[in-house]
Design a binder for this molecule. Sequence first.
Ligand SMILES: Nc1ncnc2c1ncn2[C@@H]1O[C@H](COP(=O)(O)OP(=O)(O)OP(=O)(O)O)[C@@H](O)[C@H]1O
Length: 254
Amino acid sequence: MSVPSAAVAVDVERVGKTYGGDQPVVALADVDVRFFRGTATAVMGPSGSGKSTLLHCAAGLDRPTSGRVRIGATDLSSLTERKLTELRRDRIGFVFQAFNLVGALTVEQNILLPARLSGRRPDRAWLAEVIDRVGLGPRLRHRPAELSGGQQQRVAMARALVTRPEVIFCDEPTGALDTHTAAEVLALLRSAVDDTGQTVVMVTHDPVAASYADRVLVLADGRLVRDMPQPGAERIAEQLAHLGRRPHLAHREG
Ligand SMILES: Nc1ncnc2c1ncn2[C@@H]1O[C@H](COP(=O)(O)OP(=O)(O)OP(=O)(O)O)[C@@H](O)[C@H]1O
């Protein structure tokens, strides 16, 4: 099916990643996938199936061994390390399981860090909206250690949103949170997609978290084995359980 290129936020084209050493490990084998603008995609699969490797290659945190990744019209393989760092800072947002906030900075300083590093003046109206949306107004002068896990993840969300990145990559964003707090963070991600047209790519082990996405991809042994539009948590869990029992056959639903 041909898709207008403007609709594609991230194009992962036949990407392979082999980690070297005495016993090379093929972490990704010819993965072909396009992440569309204004949608949320969950990436799932058993431990060691290549989820984080795919996320890292797609986000320009790691370089593929073969194939090509494009963010918008930019081919990442053509960029020097410096340009790649700038691209990550200016065009991509990250939310990790461990929050990755700077302990010595206040909530507000953490949120503004990417804008500060890129030397851009933050859009104050947008900043106020983001802070309001994540509900951290009364905590702006606190340090991360004074916040709960859910609040820290909301700071990370605000930091990812404030530069209006083309894509927000999340690696187990709810992995360290209880069910209720996880639901709040997932609702925020969902509203970033629905209300501001952000593109979200989220690695998760949790079928409930994945059910917030518009589409669920499943990896096994470094290959894409399922591509499911809005499958719902039960169906996701069922498909994951299935993978343990059957040979992995590429399977696309539509
Ligand atoms: N730096 C590395 N050097 C060697 N092998 C690696 C390296 N990073 C990952 N691997 C291997 O690549 C494969 C895919 O790893 P990856 O972390 O992408 O899997 P994952 O699906 O994210 O796993 P998990 O759910 O456990 O986090 C695994 O076999 C892993 O051991």
